[in-house]
Design a protein around this ligand. Sequence first.
Ligand SMILES: Nc1ncnc2c1ncn2[C@@H]1O[C@H](COP(=O)(O)OP(=O)(O)OP(=O)(O)O)[C@@H](O)[C@H]1O
Length: 319
Amino acid sequence: MTGKAIRVEGVRKEFGRVTALDGVSLEVPAGSHFAILGPNGAGKSTLIDILCTITQADAGQAEVAGFDVRKSPRDVRQRIGVVFQDPTVDTRLTVRENLDFHGLVYRMKGAHRRRRITEMLELVELADRAETPVRTLSSGMKRRLEIARGLLHEPQLLFLDEPTVGLDAQSRARIWEYIAELRTRSELTVVVTTHYIDEVDNCDRVVVIDKGQVRADATPSALKAEHGRTVLRGRPLSPAAAERLLAQFPGAARATDGRLAIPVDDPVALGRMLQETGGELDQIEIDQPSLESVFLSLTGRDLREEPASPRGGRKGRRG
Ligand SMILES: Nc1ncnc2c1ncn2[C@@H]1O[C@H](COP(=O)(O)OP(=O)(O)OP(=O)(O)O)[C@@H](O)[C@H]1O
């Protein structure tokens, strides 16, 4: 495949009164590693669901591997592999049985199927667990099995929806090692959604999405150069101090860990800010320009902010 692996044009999706996607347009070059970055509820999973033909958009167009997701869902499905946010492996079956079943669904012939299963188990270092029932695997191993399954039928595109969520730091790092290894297979396009900012630094391109809208679309370094700012982080000494600081620094945001994130425009301002906030903040840290500060600068919100609303009624949406 040459050119574009994905084209999305003006896609909208509403759930009742919630606008999950509000006119999203983007293009993913074939063979690239592409990240969709945004906080909880930004619309990332909804976009992936539309691209994987699980949900239909209310308006707009989307093409995957050259096929319209609405008109040719079967053609799209044959060419993609998906690792969903919620585990979908069958915990009653063994590791090999799960892969075998998937291969059968994709009508892979016996010898080819067995060879691919062996290759994929080696890729994700589960070869010695092939005959183990999935229920006894750790969360990290289950996620690795899902990656193996997503790749088994040799898709042109692999979608990974928050592949590391809920995993410990070590398992997260390993998952990213496997994803990095996929880079050597230049023909594969990888699309990853995440709200872990440190995970997108190695991608070719990042789309920042917030409240259903694309806020930026560039390489990680271009985003940092253009929008990155130094950010002062600290824990307010009292609720009143937090309110005062949020009012005093209009770009400031509150993170889920209770700390405040305050963008800094220049070193002189930083010195002044430290003086001004000294009595009001504890555990002060200075973060150099990063993709996290890009997000704060683009949206006025911290990636670690609480989600705006709880997600109700979504359990089991993929059956
Ligand atoms: N099936 C659904 N029914 C009702 N609301 C939904 C449904 N799917 C998504 N939403 C809402 O649409 C918005 C976008 O959700 P989405 O899951 O796409 O965001 P996200 O960026 O993937 O977040 P997360 O990282 O938490 O999965 C949220 O407000 C969510 O509550």
